[in-house]
Write a protein that binds this ligand. Structure first.
Ligand code: NZQ
Ligand code: ZN
Length: 390
């Protein structure tokens, strides 16, 4: 096991009606005026935004609003948010939504206290060293941004989708998580969220670091819970306990606990980010295609951890590592299909993917080689993308 520091500084407040506590939590965060960030309108239509703003008013916290964040969020709205924060004297961020809304708020929180252009953080010119405090009202379990110090933004001018990771500054101070708020999610978003949270665990699980049985077992436990609960939320979207379990799993998948003591991979996320940057696909749906593709390739290159996953998570009973790994990939694909997820690039609605550009951009963003479990060279990357064209 490698040395590690684990800090999940977020206060997770999960339960029915907990959005009524938002005002009190914002005040405890030390803020007097927040920017409420939201997406395309689901939070307003459901009445959630109104309830959250009422709770702010009730404790004397002022607010200004900025809506319109789209999935796979882009830089112009971050710049607009930074301007609002400076102009209005805002001292905290309150995203109400999913990963796209939260990540936009995080980029604003860092950019507002920085003299240069916020994109410097994303292109590696600067490192986040301070940020306004962020509190979250979560409406979709998927990206895990409520418990991560990460933000993922796409630059509109050249469609560069870049992820930054901070250990502390961009971790939300609190996350309000009412599972009832997720009853209204379209089935395809619920399913994509499941694929995303499973991927966050697997990026950490597929590691060459040895002696991490405790972290392995935590990861397997959360994966097993997701595999049990996901079919229930798909069949009964209003099942509170199933929704609550999926919501909590989405947070545990990405708050760092499943990665303690080991080197993580993250190549599959990089492979997906190029698809969503170029073609605008839903992140979790793209992962349902790219993660099994990566695992299938690994079965031929470095099967041992994929085989362990197949045996412990999917109950595969095959002695040979490569065969066990391949059977694990088949079962994972079947599971994704059972949730209505795509497993090929064509099923994502992309008929003629530009493989050259995908490979080039992946390595521009992730380096050569890329990933840690089995470092990918461009020829490996090409084979992986090509294997799931149809
Ligand atoms: O915009 P609105 O109208 O709110 O609709 C959203 C959006 O269309 C809808 N939605 C959300 N909650 C809803 C709802 N519809 C009905 N009822 C509700 N309760 O769902 C759609 C997707 O929202 P989005 O925020 O894009 O989803 P998600 O949480 O999956 O976030 C995806 C983004 O997060 C990034 C992804 O790359 C992508 O850009 N990621 C962020 C990470 C992080 N910060 O740690 C890690 C992840 O790996 C990921 O890369
Ligand atoms: Zn993800």
């Amino acid at each position: 096991m490698d040395n590690f520091t684990f800090c999940s500084p977020t206060r997770y407040v999960l339960g029915r009606g907990v959005e009524a506590r938002t005002g009190e939590l914002v005040r405890e965060m030390g803020c007097r005026k927040v920017l409420v960030v939201y997406g395309g309108g689901s939070a307003r239509r459901s009445g959630l935004l109104g309830r959250v703003e009422e709770s702010l008013t009730a404790v004397g916290v002022e607010f200004v609003e900025m809506g319109g964040v789209q999935p796979n969020p882009t830089d112009p709205l971050v710049r607009e948010g930074i301007e609002i924060v400076r102009r209005e004297g805002v001292d905290g961020l309150l995203p109400v939504g999913g990963g796209s809304v939260i990540d936009t708020a995080k980029a604003i929180a860092a950019g507002a206290l920085y003299d240069g252009d916020f994109w410097d953080f994303f292109c590696g010119k600067a490192v986040v060293g301070k940020a306004l405090p962020i509190g979250v009202v979560l409406t979709i379990p998927a990206a895990g941004s409520e418990g991560s110090g990460n933000s993922v933004i796409t630059r509109q001018s050249d469609l560069r989708k870049i992820s930054i990771r901070t250990d502390f500054w961009l971790c939300p101070k609190f996350a309000v998580m009412n599972p009832e708020l997720t009853f209204t999610l379209p089935a395809e978003q619920t399913a994509a969220g499941v694929a995303d949270m499973m991927s966050h665990i697997m990026e950490r699980y597929f590691s060459t670091t040895e002696g991490v049985e405790t972290t392995d077992r935590v990861a397997e436990g959360v994966l097993l819970a997701i595999i049990t609960e996901a079919p229930r939320v798909m069949a009964e979207p209003g099942n509170y306990d199933a929704r609550a379990n999926i919501m909590w799993a989405g947070t545990l998948a990405h708050n760092g606990v499943c990665g303690c003591g080991r080197r993580e991979d993250w190549a599959s996320h990089g492979l997906e980010h190029e698809l969503s940057a170029l073609y605008g696909v839903t992140h979790g749906a793209g992962l349902a295609v790219m993660f099994p593709a990566w695992m299938e390739y690994m079965a031929g290159k470095r099967p041992f951890k994929i085989a362990q996953y197949a045996r412990r998570v999917f109950g595969v009973d095959i002695a040979d590592d490569r065969e066990a790994a391949l059977e694990g990939v088949r079962r994972l694909r079947d599971f994704f299909r059972s949730l209505g997820l795509p497993v090929t690039i064509a099923e994502l609605g992309i008929e003629n993917p530009d493989i050259d550009t995908l490979v080039t951009r992946f390595h521009e963003n992730k380096g050569i080689p890329a990933g840690a479990y089995y470092p990918l060279q461009p020829e490996d990357t090409r084979t992986i993308y090509t294997s799931v064209i149809k």
